[in-house]
Write a new protein. Sequence first.
Length: 643
Amino acid sequence: MASFWYQLPLILLSLSPALAEVRCRYNVTAPTPVTYYSCTEIANKQGISLDHFFLLNPLLDPDYTSIESGKAYCVSGTVVPTTTDGTCKPDQYVSCLGYAGGQCCNSTTWKCGNTQQDCRAGTCAHGLCDVENPSSYSLDGKCGPASGNKQCGGKWGNCCGKSNTCGTGTSFCGVGNCLYGNCTLPPPETTPQPEIPPWYFGNTTDGTCGPANDYQVCNVMYGFCCASTGKCGMGAQFCGDVCQPGYGNCTNAVVPPKGGDVSPGKEMSSIALLPAYYYITDGTCGGANGFVCKGSPYGDCCSSSGYCGKEDGHCKAGCQPNFGDCTGSNMSPDGTYGGTKGSTCTGTTFGACCLSSGLCGGETAHCGGGCQSQFGTCTGDSKTSPDGTCGGTKGYTCGSSGFGDCCSSSGFCGSETAHCSTGCQTQFGSCKGGSKASPDGTCGGTKGYTCSGSGFGDCCSSSGFCGRETAHCSAGCQTAFGTCSSGSSKISTDGTCGGSKGFICTGSGFGDCCSSSGFCGKETAHCSTGCQTAFGTCSTGTGNISPDSTCGGTKKYTCAGSSFGKCYSSDGYCGNEVTHCAQGCQTSFSSACLTGKIPTLDGTCGSKNGNRTCAGGPFNGQCCGSSGYCGTTTTHCGTGKCN
């Protein structure tokens, strides 16, 4: 119902020459289905005339066609006229809706206005308030059962405390002190989990590890041990004396007994040493979660599709030995081979030959040129690349491939500079030149590629990529591997400033001010109190400038210099309106309070009331009567009556 009458007055403004607001007290829901006679039926049932029903529901078309089933319609309420003088006291029975001076009724001044203070919850009594049902909010700061469980909001705070008053802070919102509202909830009880060792989620993406391979760390996908050869795996050749500590798990890895064969799957028995929380919890295994099946109630084998079980489909073809026991051959279960599963095509129903694109089959395309003998049977001896790749485990060559005779460092055939110069692999094709120019857009690092002349851009960014944008050529740019903008090394690249990096904000793009917490920006919070002048520009003489439009109080925020306004109103907010700078403006936290002929905000005026004037404020155009109140009657403006 609230949303219905909340939008209704705007329609009335366009339909009725006499501006008014419908304040509905009771509504009913239209039946299902509706008919031509539904409006008449509702009116008769509620004991009102059809004309009165349409008056309370002006959105309805008089031809009865716009009524909707299941929608609420008003059957009891009043039509309140729009105020003519901007006042909206309860005993006047007028509305601010449609009033040119503002459409929110401020319960503090009982004047119509349009400011944030006029329309916010807890202050706005009726009209176009910020909330749809302003009557449900407390206007005096009282709440709880004795006050009809009025909601708290706006200047009163958003928590109803045990004292049945609205407020903020622990005494109102804290656990055990808050009846309702934005209460602080007790933290949920959690059971601490043992810390997962860093090696369990190592960063290797290709099974290589150690200093010779960009310091990558082994993980569950490739095996936890990093051998001296720079390869990840499990077993004596990886986890024994040759294991490199710091690049995997050498401490607890189980080394299979020497002598004799080790049955398939048992070589991975070190997974049994993992903490209990590594084990499967939902029947899935491997993949992103890294769960193992060994010891789980679902079965000890992890199938190619990532599920635990004990059937042949789990334990034979496609079984993943890194995540459980396997008892059968590694025949491909789905027509693919190689990869991390190491599946083979031999003996499968898909065909015994392995096509270079990764599919099993028995045709010439599978068994001839490019066939991978390590994963199946091949009938041809050609190593010429069938797909534009070269080197690597397949050992394809680029000569006469049709893709180009040079094999690039990234394993692709071609005839461009990127294929035939720096990084070109001579054992898999022809090469020319010896430049260190980057062939793939990377720079620095272990390869030492430079960006100059690379074609990707001459600047080498802090993350090791060539380019010509600001991110490549400014802060963090590596001069050893390309050209850089002058004076760029200290400009912030990530929005942080100061600290151990010493980044500055000026010219960073995030804002020129460095806040006390070490972040660049241009807001008051960055440029005022706590701003670090050593790492950017700061506002001068900012003091404790308000960052959120509030002022005074325990925080002692000042409005002077605030972007919200220079005046501190009586209700504790910064602004530049007459409601902030006139009557009640607090000079100790303001820089623009009006002095002399201060406009009244509550209608009091004259020598009895601080010489406040009716002009310039919400009572502009009215006379200050001898009684000390503004008005337009002869008692205010008549001869001998006006101050």
